[in-house]
Design a protein around this ligand. Structure first.
Ligand SMILES: Nc1ncnc2c1ncn2[C@@H]1O[C@H](COP(=O)(O)OS(=O)(=O)O)[C@@H](OP(=O)(O)O)[C@H]1O
Length: 292
C-alpha cells in the first residue's frame, strides 16, 4: 500500500493542538494555555457569498479566533503537500476555550477538498454561506473585472461571457458553474452528514445580519454573546458595519461593489437557468431560499 499523503501522516502524529509557543509549559502550549489549533470550524464558501462578512461577524464573539487570510490549504497542492503542520502554523494563537476558524471560499467548489477535510477531522462543523445564484454570478464577474482593471488588462462585458453565439447561456463559464450549488454540495455530502453543514443565508446576512449570526452561534454551540448592538447600518456603505467595543468598522471597499447593469431579458435567462438546480439544492438541504 502506498504511504498515506503527508497531511494524513501528520494528522496521526499531531493530535489537535500541538503548536509549542514561547514559554512552553508541560502540555506543549504556552504557560497561559494559548496555542495554535487546527480549525474546529471552516467557512468553506461560496465565493462571493459573504464569507468575509461572516468571518468578521463571527469574530465579534470572544470565544472565536479567526485566521486573517484565506489559507487555501486543502485546495492548493503546494500547501496541502506541506502537511497539517503547515496548516496549523497558519492559524491564530488562541486560548484553550476558543474555537479556531478559517475561511477559504474556494473549498466549496473544489471536488477534492471534502475528503481531505474529512481526513483531518470527520467531526468538524462546516459553514457554507450562499446567495441568490444569479446575484452571485454578477458578483463573481465584478470581482474578476476589478482584478483585470487593477492589472490594466481588458476584460469582456458580462454578456459576452454569459452567452454563446446561439444565444443560449454558456454552461462552461466558470461563474455559472460555481452557482450550481447542488452539484458542489453533493461532493460534501459524500463525506459529511447534513447536520455538520450549516447553510447561512447570505442575502439575509446582508439585509439583517444579527439573526443569521445567532443561528451560527447555536450551530457552533457558542454561548450567545453577539448582540444586535454589534451591528449598525451604514448608509454611505449601503451595508451593515460592525461595532466592537466602541470601535466601528465596515468591510473593505472591495465588499459591496456595484454590479453591472444587465439587460432584464438576460437576467431572466439567468433566473430560469438556475430554477431547476435551485430546486435540487432545496431538496438536498430540506429547506428553501428566497432566490429568483
Ligand atoms: N456587511 C457587509 N458589508 C459588505 N459586504 C457584505 C456584507 N455582508 C455581505 N456582504 C457581501 O459579501 C460579498 C463578498 O463575498 P465574499 O467575502 O465571500 O467574497 S470573496 O469570495 O471572499 O471574494 C459582497 O459582494 P458584492 O456586493 O458583490 O461586492 C457583499 O454583497
Amino acid at each position: 500500500r502506498p504511504s498515506p499523503p503527508r497531511a494524513e501522516q501528520d494528522q496521526q502524529e499531531l493530535g489537535r493542538k500541538a503548536a509549542p509557543l514561547r514559554d512552553e509549559g508541560p502540555s506543549g502550549a504556552a504557560a497561559n494555555g494559548s496555542a495554535q489549533q487546527l480549525p474546529q470550524t471552516i467557512i468553506i464558501g461560496v465565493r462571493k457569498g459573504g464569507t468575509r462578512a461572516l468571518l468578521e461577524m463571527l469574530s465579534l464573539h470572544p470565544d472565536v479566533a479567526a485566521a486573517e487570510n484565506e489559507v487555501h490549504f486543502f485546495d492548493w497542492e503546494e500547501h496541502y503537500s506541506q502537511g497539517l503542520g503547515w496548516y496549523l502554523r497558519q492559524m491564530p494563537v488562541s486560548a484553550p476555550h476558543q474555537l479556531t476558524v478559517e475561511k477559504t471560499p474556494a473549498y466549496f467548489t473544489s471536488p477534492k477538498v471534502p475528503e481531505r477535510v474529512h481526513s483531518m477531522d470527520p467531526g468538524i462543523r462546516l459553514l457554507l454561506i450562499l446567495r441568490d445564484p444569479s446575484e452571485r454570478v454578477l458578483s463573481d464577474y465584478t470581482q474578476v473585472l476589478y482584478n483585470h482593471r487593477q492589472k490594466r488588462k481588458p476584460y469582456p462585458p458580462i454578456e459576452q461571457l454569459l452567452l454563446r453565439s446561439d444565444g443560449r447561456l454558456d454552461a462552461d463559464y466558470k461563474a455559472l458553474n460555481r452557482s450550481l450549488y447542488h452539484v458542489h454540495l453533493r461532493h460534501w455530502l459524500r463525506f459529511f452528514p447534513l447536520r455538520r453543514i450549516h447553510v447561512v443565508d447570505g442575502d439575509r446576512l446582508i439585509r439583517d445580519p444579527f439573526p443569521e449570526i445567532q443561528k451560527v452561534e447555536r450551530f457552533l454551540k457558542l454561548s450567545p454573546q453577539i448582540n444586535a448592538s454589534n451591528f449598525y447600518f451604514n448608509k454611505t456603505k449601503g451595508f451593515y458595519c460592525l461595532r466592537d467595543g466602541g470601535r466601528d468598522r465596515c468591510l473593505h471597499e472591495s465588499k459591496g461593489r456595484a454590479h453591472p447593469q444587465v439587460d432584464p431579458k438576460l437576467l431572466n435567462k439567468l433566473h430560469e437557468y438556475f430554477h431547476e438546480p435551485n430546486k435540487k439544492f432545496f431538496e438536498l438541504v430540506g429547506r428553501t431560499f428566497d432566490w429568483h
